[in-house]
Design a protein around this ligand. Structure first.
Ligand SMILES: Cc1ncc(COP(=O)(O)O)c(C=O)c1O
Length: 383
């Protein structure tokens, strides 16, 4: 394969990606290449990634346990801090037990193939995240992709399936579209067809249901047929993924999830930061209130400028464009104005878009600034 040709081809299609490295902490503003930008690109929805209380918790664990874990969890890589985080996660999610993975990506690529086999049937929303797609690819199950949030089509597929292990997988808050899956009716459907409901709660944890996630938001009680996957890396401002479920499911994952078994554990400091983040969110409900206010304000101003937004109130607000060139142009224009809103292009999404991520650390003037800049960039170009 000629990789230079491949890179040239990506360039021609405006699809070449480049890495942007910060010179500072993650926060409301970031510095890249010596220039400061107002940051609308992060999943740090509550502004906890650089919170001093959480950084100190990580520092303390670093001093007590050192940095490298030295081995995988099943050998000697785990610590009492890892176990404490798993207990806290289970309690946050209302589940019997939880297992921590090295990332949300590792959670999906480990848990999905572990919990399904050649007799299983996976039903996956067409817009599910790449880590779910990859988890499904690693699974021996038969796969069915249903149209985005189309519960009627899902029901038809479930009804037809003869599988004795039906496994429905959905994100709760879709990472690139910012809309919310109908978890209440998905749960009803799964009960009706005796299917497992596997929820990727990456963007709802710390945000919805007073921070507990989508099940709490929809008043759905966790039970043996629900697996709540999630990540500590978004609203919790930390790193690592998890699956919270029944004791049997979690014990089975410890024995079979390859991304857990065959990978060195995260350092105790990472787990300590996640514990501190969960405690912090519980002690500071005003953070989620502020996030909500910012989301509402941003949506209101975007709508008043005639820029379409999705119907659901989540921190992910996509502004979709017809072409990649146009998306890159507007994102570039915003950068010139000192505002960082990343352009999301294929293959991550089918339709190119700017993905505005709102955080509790934003101020009202930040929201006005991004929307004004956006409308100037978009509408200005159409004049
Ligand atoms: C829906 C969803 N699931 C899983 C992941 C992976 O999580 P992590 O970044 O912790 O690997 C992400 C993050 O990009 C995501 O958006």
């Amino acid at each position: 394969m000629n990789y230079n040709d491949k890179i040239e081809e990506l360039k021609r299609q405006d699809l070449l990606r480049t890495v942007k490295n910060r010179d500072c902490r993650a926060g409301r503003t970031i510095t890249i290449g010596g220039r400061e930008f107002l940051n609308f690109s992060s999943n740090d929805y509550l502004g906890l990634a650089s919170n001093p209380v959480i950084v100190r918790a990580a520092q303390n664990a670093l001093m007590d346990f050192g940095h490298g874990a030295g081995a995988s969890r099943l050998i000697s890589g785990g610590t009492s801090i890892h176990a404490m985080l798993e207990e806290k996660t289970a309690s946050l999610k209302g589940a019997d037990k939880a297992v921590m993975f090295n990332s949300g990506y590792a959670a999906n690529t480990g848990a999905i193939p572990a919990l399904t086999d050649a007799h299983s049937a996976i039903f996956s929303d067409e817009l599910n995240h790449a880590s779910i797609v990859d988890g499904c690819r690693l699974s021996a199950a038969t796969k069915y992709i249903y149209r985005h949030n189309d519960l009627n089509q899902l029901e038809l597929l479930l009804r037809k399936s003869q599988s004795t292990n039906k496994f429905v997988i959905t994100e709760s808050v879709f990472s690139m579209d910012g809309d919310i899956a109908d978890i209440y009716n998905l749960d009803m459907l799964c009960r009706k067809y005796n299917a497992v409901l596997y929820i990727d709660d990456a963007h709802a944890t710390g945000v919805m249901g007073s921070g507990k996630g989508a099940l709490a938001h929809f008043n759905v009680t966790p039970d043996n047929n629900i697996v709540q996957m999630g990540t500590y890396s978004k609203a919790l401002g930390s790193v690592g993924g998890f699956a919270a479920a029944s004791e049997a499911v979690v014990d089975y994952l410890f024995n079979t999830a390859r991304s857990l078994i065959y990978s060195t554990a995260l350092p105790a400091s990472a787990a300590a930061a996640s514990i501190a983040a969960i405690d912090y969110i519980e002690a500071h409900p005003e953070l989620i209130v502020k996030l909500r206010e910012n989301i509402t304000a941003c949506r209101r101003v975007l709508l008043s400028e005639g820029l379409a937004v999705t119907s659901d109130e989540t921190p992910i607000i996509p502004v979709v464009f017809d072409s990649t060139v146009e998306t890159l142009r507007i994102s570039g224009r915003l950068l010139e104005m000192g505002i960082y809103v990343p352009a999301i292009r294929p293959p991550t999404v089918k339709t190119p878009r700017l993905r505005i991520s709102i955080s509790a650390s934003h101020e009202q003037e930040d929201i006005e600034r991004v929307v004004n800049a956006l409308s100037e960039g978009i509408l200005g170009s159409r004049k």
